[in-house]
Design a protein around this ligand. Structure first.
Ligand SMILES: NC(=O)c1ccc[n+]([C@@H]2O[C@H](COP(=O)([O-])OP(=O)(O)OC[C@H]3O[C@@H](n4cnc5c(N)ncnc54)[C@H](O)[C@@H]3O)[C@@H](O)[C@H]2O)c1
Length: 250
């Protein structure tokens, strides 16, 4: 069976719902023990309720804020004690605060940069040296099709482009230590994040998708599974656009 993760410990940030939850399930199905961290207690509770019947004992959930270094350190201590040291980090937590640039506040800029970019620095720093010492690690970051530019998302686009630069630099620094660092860049995906977008905006977006529809979270998570696997050991510093073809052509 390809892409097995037996014996591995994975930590998924923002993992209680949406793409993160789908990634957690995918990694667990492949044999990993999965630490699901989220700041939303209600989302964690529904995740636990859903998983109790399906995957009892495979998941542990942790409440924490990826932007807060102390909270991240506490979660990493608890995960290590409960499951063992982290082998696979999925930097998935993200938010949007969309406004055209002329109306964008500095607060909305900072908040989005903080959650989508600076938190990737904070969470990665909390585990990557341990991975390097053990000579195995997978860091999988989350960019977006919006990294290529999207009106109304100057903050988000800048953050996600930053994630791509961070991914490539970390890939170079940690390649000699057995740690690969890659990035998944989803296109429009059916989650809470996109649920609130106006129908007109969604229609316009879908018209630009060559495959003609938005993605299910599961269709994104399969790429995380590949990148986390032993088979992906020669893949590092890459950005995989899983976007129904939007990033092709001109
Ligand atoms: N849905 C899309 O169309 C889409 C497209 C491209 C990229 N992405 C990216 O994929 C990732 C997941 O998005 P999603 O659509 O599943 O979103 P979502 O809103 O459904 O889930 C995000 C999760 O992150 C958690 N979170 C937010 N801030 C946090 C914090 N400070 N600390 C801990 N947890 C926090 C939320 O509570 C939530 O459970 C994000 O990085 C997003 O930017 C999403």
């Amino acid at each position: 069976m390809p892409f097995r993760l037996d014996g591995r410990v994975a930590w998924v940030t923002g993992g209680a719902r949406g793409i993160g939850a789908a990634v957690g399930v995918k990694l667990a199905e492949a044999g990993a023990r999965v630490a699901v961290m989220d700041m939303d207690e209600d989302a964690l509770a529904s995740f636990r309720a859903r998983m109790a019947s399906e995957n009892d004992g495979v998941f542990k959930t942790y409440r924490g804020n990826v932007c807060d270094e102390a909270s991240v350190a506490e979660v990493v201590r608890a995960v290590t004690a409960d499951l063992g040291p982290v082998d696979i980090l999925i930097n998935n937590a993200g938010i949007i605060r969309d406004r055209m640039f002329r109306n964008m506040t500095l607060e909305a800029w900072r908040t989005v940069l903080d959650v989508n970019l600076t938190a990737v620095f904070v969470c990665t720093r909390a585990v990557i040296e341990g991975m390097a010492e053990r000579k195995f690690g997978r860091v999988i970051n989350t960019a977006s099709i919006s990294a290529l530019g999207n009106p109304g998302q100057a903050n988000y686009s800048a953050a996600k482009s930053g994630v791509i630069g961070l991914t490539k630099t970390l890939a170079l620094e940690y390649a000699p230590h057995g740690v690969t660092v890659n990035c998944v860049a989803p296109g429009a995906t059916l989650t809470e994040m996109t649920r609130s977008l106006p129908m007109e905006a969604k229609k316009r977006f879908i018209e630009k998708i060559p495959l003609g529809r938005m993605a299910e979270p599961d269709e994104i998570a399969v790429t995380h599974l590949f990148l986390a696997s032993e088979e992906a050991r020669y893949v590092t510093g890459q950005v995989v656009f899983v976007d129904g073809g939007v990033s092709c052509g001109f």
